[in-house]
Structures are given as structure tokens and as C-alpha cells.
Design a protein around this ligand. Structure first.
Ligand code: C2E
Ligand code: CA
Ligand code: CA
Ligand code: CA
Length: 278
């Protein structure tokens, strides 16, 4: 309905104006979110489907805005990249995550590496120095850290990306390639960049085992990773049928609601039985 408003604005113009205002408001709030203490971290375990032990934990950033409530990462991460505040935010994520992993280490919880999502902007902007600062502040040994990157980190300059990854890996940190299959997916990345772990995107897992084409695709990715000696993690495992399909096809590291929903450290800690110590 293209009705004219009182001041001659069309409905659409008013809507546009409102959207712009909302965006400006959100931008201002995001600029202040770190100093206003509005971020917190959620943690989601990765499970070995045979032993059912926790073999890794991914950190997921949460923004609980005082007036607007919970804003999803799919909204605020791209905005933080646009605003140039993503590096500062992820430095905080790195440090807090490493401190949390160190606390689990000190209390005897053997939960593998802590895996942290990194934006392409941060990857290309002194990521290694952020990592080193976080490890120093937390006193966490580097062998408990994994970095999750996406293919978007590599498109600008693959040789440069290779150098950066080698520097990071030289410290004993591992590299996971996130959302595999959804991005630019040049298979040469896998061999050129010595990726340690490949995370099959949840969208491919979702329709297994019902959809034969998706099953075939997932099996092909698993076999390819196996033949390249790359670890594989299935994301978004939601039910027993998916769990069974993946396990039967030699994919034994699973992450998803079937096992654990992302939760804050305290509630995850209370769910972790002493049996998860080893
Ligand atoms: P991601 O890295 O692919 O993270 C997995 C997402 O899937 C998370 O969404 C998680 O809550 C959700 N998930 C986990 N298990 C299941 C499941 O069984 N079913 C379904 N449907 N979903 C599941 P979330 O927390 O909303 O995060 C969305 C994205 O935001 C992440 O996707 C990641 O790309 C980004 N993100 C989160 N934290 C950070 C961060 O610190 N830095 C950067 N650059 N990105 C981040
Ligand atoms: Ca991730
Ligand atoms: Ca992912
Ligand atoms: Ca994602």
C-alpha cells in the first residue's frame, strides 16, 4: 500500500527512514557494547560419538543489549565488521575463552581444545598478535586452542593466508575450516593451507539420512577429508538418525543440539560430570 503520509512521505519512505534510524541506533549501541559489558560467551561441546566424551568446545559470542534484548550474531557480526569494531570484540572473545579453558584445565576437566570463530577482517589484521596476547593473559598453553576460519579469509591472497596460517600453527594451535561447502569452496585450500579440521556445514547434515543426495555429498566430504588426513566435525547434529548415519560413515566428531545446546560456562560446567575428567 503506497499511501501518502501527512508530510508527503510515502509509506516506503517512512519505512526506509525508520530502518535507517534503527540501524544507526544499533550501530551506536554496538560501538559501546564492549565497554557496557553487554557481551557474554556461550559454549558448545564437540563430542566423540563412540566414547561420548567431550573432545572440543566452540565459543559462541552473545550480545544481550540492555534495551533491545538479545541480538543474534548473524545480525551483529556483519555490523561489527562494517563498523571496524570486530577486531576489538574478538580480542575480548579470545582472551575470555582462553581464561575459561584455563579454568577448566585447572579444575581437571579434559575437554580438548577451545575453538574460536575468527572474522576474515581479524584474520587479515594481526590475528597472531591477538592470539599471543590472549594466551599470555590467560596462561593457557597453545595446544588447547583452535581457530575456526572460513574460506572468506583466503580469497584475498592465498599466499599471504598460507604464511599467516603457518605462523599460527607453528605455536601448536590448530586450524578448523568452518561452514565447509557453503562458501567459495576451492578444494585446493585444503591441501595448500594444511587445514587440520574441516567442519561440514549444518545445512548438509540437516537432511541426512532421508535425502539420498545429501547423504552422498556428506559421505564424499568425509572420504575426501579421510584421504587427506584431515579431521572432520559434523555441525548441527540434531537427532539420533543423523548421529547414526554419521557414525556409520566414519564421522565420529559431532556438534549439535542432539548432544548439547550452547550454554554459559557455569551451566555447562554443572552438566559436566566428573566422568568427563580423564
Ligand atoms: P557457526 O560458527 O557455524 O556456529 C554454529 C551455529 O549453529 C551457532 O549459531 C550454534 O548455536 C548453532 N547450532 C549449534 N548446534 C545446532 C543444531 O543442532 N541445530 C541448529 N539449527 N543450530 C545449531 P549462533 O550461535 O547463532 O552463531 C551463528 C554464527 O555467528 C556462527 O556460526 C559464527 O559464524 C558466528 N559467530 C558466533 N560467534 C562469533 C565470533 O566470536 N566471531 C565471529 N567472527 N563469528 C561468530
Ligand atoms: Ca564456527
Ligand atoms: Ca559452522
Ligand atoms: Ca556460520
Amino acid at each position: 500500500t503506497k499511501q501518502h503520509g501527512r508530510n508527503g512521505y510515502t509509506f516506503y519512505q517512512r519505512q526506509m527512514h525508520e530502518n535507517l534510524n534503527n540501524k544507526l541506533t544499533l550501530q551506536n549501541k554496538l560501538r559501546n557494547a564492549l565497554k557496557d559489558n553487554e557481551f557474554h560467551l556461550s559454549y558448545q561441546p564437540q563430542i566423540n560419538s563412540d566414547s561420548e566424551k567431550i573432545v572440543g568446545i566452540e565459543t559462541l559470542l552473545r550480545w544481550q543489549q540492555k534495551e533491545l534484548g538479545n541480538i543474534p550474531p548473524s545480525v551483529f557480526i556483519p555490523l561489527a565488521e562494517e563498523l571496524g569494531v570486530i577486531v576489538d570484540i574478538e580480542r575480548w572473545v579470545l582472551t575470555e575463552s582462553c581464561k575459561q579453558r584455563k579454568a577448566w584445565l585447572d579444575s581437571g576437566h579434559d575437554v580438548g581444545r577451545i575453538a574460536i570463530n575468527i572474522s576474515a577482517i581479524h584474520f587479515n589484521n594481526n590475528l597472531l598478535s591477538s592470539i599471543i596476547a590472549a594466551l599470555e593473559a590467560s596462561e593457557l598453553p597453545a595446544k588447547y586452542l583452535e581457530i575456526e576460519v572460513t574460506e572468506s579469509c583466503f580469497i584475498e591472497n592465498i599466499e599471504e593466508a598460507k604464511k599467516k596460517l603457518q605462523e599460527i600453527k607453528a605455536h601448536g594451535i590448530t586450524i578448523a575450516l568452518d561452514d565447509f561447502g557453503t562458501g567459495y569452496s576451492s578444494l585446493s585450500y585444503l591441501t595448500k593451507l594444511s587445514i587440520d579440521t574441516l567442519k561440514i556445514d549444518a545445512s548438509f547434515i540437516q537432511k541426512t539420512p532421508e535425502n539420498p543426495k545429501d547423504c552422498q555429498l556428506v559421505k564424499t566430504i568425509i572420504n575426501m577429508a579421510e584421504s587427506l588426513s584431515i579431521n572432520i566435525v559434523a555441525e548441527g547434529v540434531e537427532n539420533k538418525a543423523q548421529q547414526g548415519f554419521l557414525s556409520n560413515n566414519h564421522c565420529n566428531t559431532h556438534q549439535g543440539f542432539y548432544y548439547y545446546k550452547p550454554a554459559d560456562a557455569e551451566s555447562l560446567f554443572s552438566q559436566m560430570s566428573p566422568a568427563s575428567n580423564s
